[in-house]
Each structure stands twice: as structure tokens, then as C-alpha cells.
Design a protein around this ligand. Structure first.
Ligand code: COA
Length: 538
């Protein structure tokens, strides 16, 4: 494989300005992550101490192997939503290592409104389960939750992808043979009671853990019966009498110790085999990506410079380098794992779409995971290109992306607009994971373009009706809110708050995250036995 020869001038003013701008974005990201991690009301901290419970982070520290990485999923979910205090949607979720085994963890944070489940908490739970299913990762639930956040119950309960789906998924996960272990580390009230009930094995903490369909206040209201939480659904009740729980733990640490033993006793995973090589770092410093990525999304740059700072030895075997130049395709290794990379170098034309289609088929046939580096404004438009069949060539690419069954990974490193999002494996195309860089923007189109479309439509309408076109003032009034909304809602933070992605990444850490994610993905078979595609329109 050839080493990518860099052309970046790290002394140029432009590079330095880009670097400072990205450094600032990354500093903001760190600040946001720290707030999400530690901003908890004093009242909640005091209550936790009073109950002699560990915080969710302390529980995870005990559960996960020391010195092994923890790949947190959507840590900024629900950012700026609700009362701006439901950090991470009230749940910590992520891939970590327990007794040498890759697992996914889903843990309530009881310091956020008693661990109650908000609408985005449901979405995060479903995402965690989807990751477990796609990658065949054992799932560990640490439950400490007052069940549904009642003021928003209508957004949590009734629909197909609401709370009920969590327990439905648990049944499916169990049928798939993926282990599910549950620690009852606080209240598991109402819906939350089904999480232990539907798990394979349940460890129940004495004194603080309780499982019941209706808590003491509800029982009192419904039947007049006076009962404490412990009498109703404590560890003794469920380990000795009902049989809902399987192991009794004296306290939080003991509970975690038992869970670790359960994981240790699981049969070893059968990881998919890919041609792994000895990993080696890139030749160039990953932080140079800060200076390479322009401050504005409209400024083009060579994605090979990013690839050079992500792949082992900066080595890249470029496929069809002379054809379809607006899409760079080629093979490389990341932390020793083989990958087929597709990175945008401009809008997608017919030739670049056909190149992508061929490349995806090759990777899929050979069992090589696919990595999409999205910086895309869309497919080319216009009379010439429609006549040349851009729609049918774009369709081939979208078809191949949708049906390829090797693990797919997507990083939005800049723009993600229009059908380009689809062709480059946006969330709807089933990447195992999707992340954004802090400069990323996502939407049907950019704000300026969207405003221009709306103004053109309005002027055409006025002309049809025999009226004069919009005045400059009216144009401004229409344009302003459209551009503002596109900027606000296309922003990486808005995306991650809504769980459209699995998190925002420091560009310099992307390579390491990808290494962890590829390793996790190999817990599932490399690709489906049913290899094939839909009909390609020729
Ligand atoms: N919906 C909305 N808010 C809830 C809630 C619920 N289901 N359960 C608790 N909260 C809120 C409380 O109002 C309190 O809010 P505040 O911080 O603004 O005062 C916060 O969560 C913490 O509750 P608190 O009772 O002070 O803490 P705790 O640690 O002593 O107990 C629970 C936490 C969850 C065990 C307890 O509040 C409880 O039993 N809640 C009701 C559970 C229930 O019956 N749920 C049915 C859902 S279907």
C-alpha cells in the first residue's frame, strides 16, 4: 500500500486559523461533556449519600475493567431539552470491557429526577439495544429508576417505538441468545420492573433495590394497603419468595462483583475473523486534522489528508483514483482492522456514484467493513446531469449502501445534506455507529439554499396570480427564520441531543473510536449469509 503524501503546509496562516477554530470547538465539546457528567443538584447528591448508594459513574468504574476504554454512546443526548438538566437523557450507555469481554451497559442516573425515563431516554434505551443486537454484545442493565417521567407520559408510552419496545426487544434479544444481566440497584417501578423481569439473570441489592409493578403510594391509593418498598419488592421478597431475582447482593459493590462473575462465566464470544494486521500509528499527527478542516463548510479540501491521519501507517490503496474524482475510495487498516473507506471530495456525480457502487460491492463480497467519511452537499443537479442519468446512478449507490451487510461506520466530518446523506450511509442506512465532528452540519439542504427555494416558489406563485414579486423586505423576512432554523437544527449539538448520532467526536480521537467500534462489531458475524442487492437500474 502506498503512503499518502501530505501536501499540508502547517505554517500557513489558513492552517493556523483553522487549527485555532477547531481547537475552540473541541474545548467547547469537552466542557459540554464535563457538564453532562457532573452537573447534578445538591439535593440529589445528598439523597444518594443518605441511601448509601453509589453514583452511576462510581458503579461503572467498579463494573468495567480498569485500563480498558469505555466508548460512551450519546453522552449529550437531550442536551438543552426539558429543563436543560436531563443530561445524557438520564442514562449512561456505552461499550466497555468486563472480565475481558466486550459488553454494552445501560445504566440509569438516579440523580436526574430519580432516574425516571424521558422520551429521549426511551430512544437512548432502544439505541443501546439496537447496538447490542447488531453487534451481538451482552447487555448489562443497572436499573435505578422511578419508571416513566409522568408529566411526559404520552410521549413515552403508546407508540410502536415507545417504552413497550424496550421490553419487546428484551424478549427478542433473549431469543437471539445475547446475554442480558440486570442489577437492581434502586427502584424498578412499573415499566422499569420489566427490565429485570425480562433479563436472563438478576442481581438484587438488599435495602435499596426493589421491583414492583405499583409502588407503595399507588398500592395505598388503589387498595388502602400500607406497605414499605422493601416489603413490597425488596431483595428478600424477590430472592426468597417470588423468584423474580436470582442473586442477593449486600450493597452496590457486591452487586457489581456478582455481575462481573456472571459475565466471566459466559461462554466466550465467537468473534468474526478479518485479516487483522499488526496495528501501527499514522505517519502524521492526528491533531493536524484541526488545521486541515476549513472553518467554513463551503471551502473544499482533500479528504485524503484526513484519511492520512486516521489509518495505520498513513497507507492507502486508492481504488479508481483517476475516475470519479469527487469520491475517494480505497483500502486501509485502522488499529490493524481492514476497512474500505469512502470519503467525499465534492458533490457526487454519475461516475463517482458508479465507483462507490462497485467499491461497496467489492468490500461486501470480501467481508471488509466500510467507513464513510461524509462531507457532502448532495448529488449534482441540472439538465445535463439528469440526461446523463444522475438519478439512476445515485440510486445504484444508495441501493448498494442500503443492502451491503458488512459492518458500516459513518463519520460526518463536515456537511451532510440531501440525498448525499443517504448515499454516504446516513443513520437511515444502518451504519453500526454514526458520529459527528463538532463542525458537522446536517439537513435536507443548507439554510441559504432552503431560503432561496422558498422565495423562488413564492415568486412563481405570485407571478401565476398576476402579482409583483416579493419586496426586498419580505424576502428578508422569509429568509431570516429559514436560515436561522437550518443553522440551529443542522448543528452537531442539535443532532446529538436528538440521538441522530452516537456522539460528537474530537476529530483527533476518531481513529481510536473507530478501532473500538470495529472490534465491537466483530462480535457479530461479518455479514449476512444472504449476500445480494436489489435490482440496479441500468
Ligand atoms: N415522574 C416525574 N417525576 C418524578 C417521578 C416520576 N415518576 N418520580 C420521581 N420524580 C421526581 C421527584 O418529583 C423529584 O423531583 P425534584 O427533584 O424536582 O423534587 C425527583 O424525581 C427525585 O424524587 P425523590 O422522591 O425526591 O427522590 P428519591 O430518591 O427519594 O426517590 C423514586 C426516587 C423514583 C424512587 C421516587 O420518587 C418514586 O417512587 N417515584 C414514583 C415512582 C412511580 O410510581 N412511578 C410510576 C411510573 S409509571
Amino acid at each position: 500500500m502506498q503512503v499518502i503524501d501530505t501536501r499540508v503546509d502547517t505554517t500557513s496562516e489558513d492552517y493556523q486559523e483553522n487549527y485555532r477554530a477547531m481547537e475552540e470547538r473541541v474545548a467547547d465539546l469537552r466542557k459540554e461533556l464535563e457538564t453532562a457528567r457532573s452537573d447534578r443538584p445538591d439535593k440529589a447528591k445528598a439523597r444518594l449519600a443518605e441511601q448509601n448508594k453509589l453514583s452511576v459513574r462510581e458503579r461503572l468504574d467498579l463494573l468495567l475493567d480498569r485500563n480498558a476504554p469505555f466508548l460512551e454512546i450519546a453522552p449529550l443526548a437531550a442536551k438543552d431539552m426539558y429543563d436543560r438538566k436531563v443530561h445524557g437523557a438520564g442514562i449512561v450507555s456505552g461499550i466497555g470491557v468486563v472480565e475481558g469481554r466486550e459488553v454494552i451497559v445501560h445504566a440509569n442516573d438516579s440523580m436526574i429526577k430519580g432516574g425516571t425515563i424521558y422520551p429521549l431516554g426511551v430512544k437512548k434505551g432502544l439505541r443501546t439495544q439496537a447496538i447490542a443486537m447488531e453487534n451481538r454484545l451482552p447487555i448489562i442493565y443497572l436499573v435505578d429508576s422511578g419508571g416513566a417521567y409522568l408529566p411526559l407520559q404520552s410521549e413515552i408510552f403508546p407508540d410502536a417505538d415507545d417504552g413497550g419496545r424496550i421490553f419487546y426487544n428484551q424478549a427478542v434479544i433473549s431469543k437471539m441468545g445475547i446475554p442480558q444481566v440486570c442489577g437492581v440497584m434502586g427502584l424498578c417501578t412499573a415499566g422499569a420492573a420489566y427490565i429485570p423481569a425480562m433479563s436472563d439473570e438478576v442481581v438484587h441489592v438488599k435495602g435499596t433495590g426493589a421491583i414492583f409493578l405499583g409502588g407503595p403510594p399507588l398500592v395505598r391509593a388503589a387498595t388502602g394497603e400500607e406497605v414499605t418498598a422493601d416489603e413490597l419488592g425488596g431483595a428478600d421478597v424477590h430472592c426468597r419468595q417470588s423468584g423474580v431475582s436470582d442473586y442477593l447482593a449486600e450493597d452496590d459493590s457486591h452487586c457489581i462483583q456478582i455481575i462481573r462473575q456472571i459475565v466471566k462465566a459466559l461462554p466466550p464470544p465467537r468473534k468474526a475473523e478479518v485479516g487483522v494486521r499488526e496495528p501501527k500509528p499514522p505517519l502524521y499527527d492526528a491533531k493536524e486534522i484541526y488545521g486541515i478542516v476549513p472553518r467554513s463548510l463551503s471551502v473544499p479540501y482533500d479528504v485524503r489528508e484526513v484519511i492520512a491521519r486516521m489509518v495505520d501507517g498513513s497507507e492507502f490503496l486508492e481504488f479508481k483514483a483517476l475516475y470519479g474524482p469527487t469520491l475517494v475510495c480505497g483500502w486501509a487498516y485502522i488499529h490493524g482492522f481492514p476497512v474500505g473507506i469512502l470519503g467525499n471530495n465534492g458533490v457526487l456525480f454519475s461516475d463517482s456514484s458508479l465507483k462507490a457502487t462497485q467499491f461497496i460491492q467489492l468490500c461486501d463480497k470480501r467481508g471488509i467493513p466500510l467507513l464513510f467519511l461524509q462531507n457532502i452537499n448532495g448529488y449534482i443537479i441540472g439538465k445535463e446531469y439528469e440526461r446523463g442519468g444522475i438519478t439512476k446512478d445515485g440510486h445504484k449507490m444508495v441501493n448498494a449502501v442500503a443492502t451491503a451487510t458488512v459492518p458500516k461506520f459513518t463519520v460526518i466530518i463536515g456537511a451532510s445534506f440531501g440525498a448525499g446523506n443517504y448515499g454516504m450511509c446516513g443513520r437511515a442506512y444502518g451504519p453500526r455507529f454514526l458520529w459527528m465532528w463538532p463542525n458537522g452540519q446536517i439537513g435536507v439542504m443548507g439554510g441559504e439554499q432552503a431560503a432561496h427555494v422558498m422565495i423562488t416558489v413564492k415568486n412563481d406563485q405570485l407571478q401565476r396570480e398576476g402579482n409583483p414579486p416579493l419586496s426586498e423586505e419580505l424576502v428578508r423576512q422569509i429568509k431570516g427564520p429559514i436560515v436561522d432554523a437550518a443553522e440551529r437544527e443542522g448543528n452537531a449539538y442539535y443532532s446529538t441531543a436528538n440521538l441522530w448520532d452516537d456522539g460528537i467526536l474530537d476529530p483527533a480521537k476518531t481513529r481510536d473510536v473507530l478501532g473500538l467500534a470495529i472490534s465491537a462489531a466483530l462480535n457479530a458475524p461479518l455479514r449476512s449469509d444472504v449476500y445480494g442487492y436489489g435490482t440496479f437500474r441500468m
